[in-house]
Design a protein around this ligand. Structure first.
Ligand code: ARG
Length: 341
């Protein structure tokens, strides 16, 4: 794993992220957070993501309704080339925003390894390794475990933790950190088991709210739900059971709810990477873009349609390694101030 040579940043992207970064760094300077001190003593204030190049990405099996191996096979070479180009677009957009990216080495025969969001749940330097539901992805577990041990050896992660036997949890794909509420939202029903809730809560010392998912098309929480730093939550109501929706409504007041239309949900608009005040996603409607703009966000579209054939998009292709509870606590007043200003 290494951070590769940085590509030149396209000017428009740097401008957009320039705004996003200024907002974050003003808040940081004021509150003295976002120190980014790693255990190896290096000072690195940049947001850090884990990704995996799609060298071996393909749709060779079907474990969700988006995956059609026969359709992929028909134009596999062209789709693979598109995937490589689209992944590079996301990677460049993250770099343009000032992020650093750690890379897991792709492995032949593990086409879904590219979805690093599923590798672990990470907070405060602790990585709780995923356990997958389907055998097709269970073979990724030792690869991700080795990747996290290597990150620990480099001082980029402090602890690598394993789930108790029999508990299934597909990493941050089903367990999203809400920095505003200082809790995890967990999706369950299709991939992760509800019993993982207590473990997440105990391991990280924060609440974990389990939301039952209702529609196999939105089988991971990050396909239909996204907590934004200002406290708004963007979600597709039809993806949740009545009980799940009630739990969202109990914690997000009406003015904090951004509900997605079926069309936005179907282009995976919820599967976004939020980065300062920028929101990276594959595509979305003008209406959603305008609603996000009203709240001070800039939407950056970076097409990821080839990955949608596997049931994934921007958020699934990344894992944030540097979330800190202390930063979330300091960020709450700063986020409010940014909204007022
Ligand atoms: N094909 C993969 C699967 O079904 C896609 C995973 C997408 N990841 C995510 N975090 N939603 O497991």
């Amino acid at each position: 794993m290494s951070s590769p040579h940085l590509p030149l940043r396209p000017r428009a992207e740097s401008m957009i992220f320039g705004i996003a970064r200024r907002v974050e760094s003003r808040a940081c300077a004021k509150k003295g957070f976002w120190q980014g001190m790693t255990t190896s003593g290096q000072f690195d204030p940049r947001p850090r993501f884990l990704m995996c190049r799609p060298r071996h990405f393909a749709v060779t099996y079907s474990i969700n309704p988006w995956m059609d191996p026969a359709a992929w096979h028909e134009s596999g070479d062209a789709l693979h080339a598109t995937a490589m180009r689209q992944w590079q677009g996301l990677f460049r957009a993250l770099h343009a925003g000032g992020a650093s990216v750690e890379l897991v080495e792709p492995q032949d025969g593990l086409p879904d390894l590219v979805f690093t969001a599923n590798s672990a749940v990470v907070l405060d330097g602790r990585a709780l390794l995923a356990r997958f539901r389907h055998p097709q992805r269970q073979v990724e577990e030792p690869v991700f475990a080795a990747a996290f041990h290597a990150l620990r050896a480099r001082g980029l992660i402090d602890d690598v933790i394993t789930l108790p036997p029999g508990v299934t949890l597909e990493g941050a794909g089903d367990c999203l950190w809400d920095a505003h509420r200082r809790l995890f939202w967990m999706g369950c029903g299709f991939r992760s088991g509800v019993e993982a809730r207590e473990i997440v809560s105990a391991q990280f010392g924060v609440p974990c709210v389990a939301l039952a998912l209702a529609d196999p098309t939105f089988y991971h929480l990050d396909t239909c739900f996204s907590p934004l730093p200002c406290g708004a939550v963007m979600y597709y109501p039809a993806a949740f059971t009545t009980e799940g929706l009630a739990l969202i409504h109990a914690r997000a007041a009406p003015e904090q709810r951004i509900t997605l239309s079926p069309d936005d949900a179907a282009c995976f608009a919820a599967n976004a990477v939020t980065f300062g005040r920028a929101i990276l996603l594959s595509s979305c409607s003008q209406t959603l873009r305008a609603r996000l703009k009203e709240r001070g966000y800039t939407v950056v579209e970076t097409p990821l349609t080839a990955f949608q054939r596997s049931g994934g998009s921007a958020c699934c292709l990344t894992l944030r390694l540097d979330y800190r509870l202390a930063v979330a606590m300091a960020a709450v007043p700063a986020a409010k101030a940014a909204r007022r200003g």
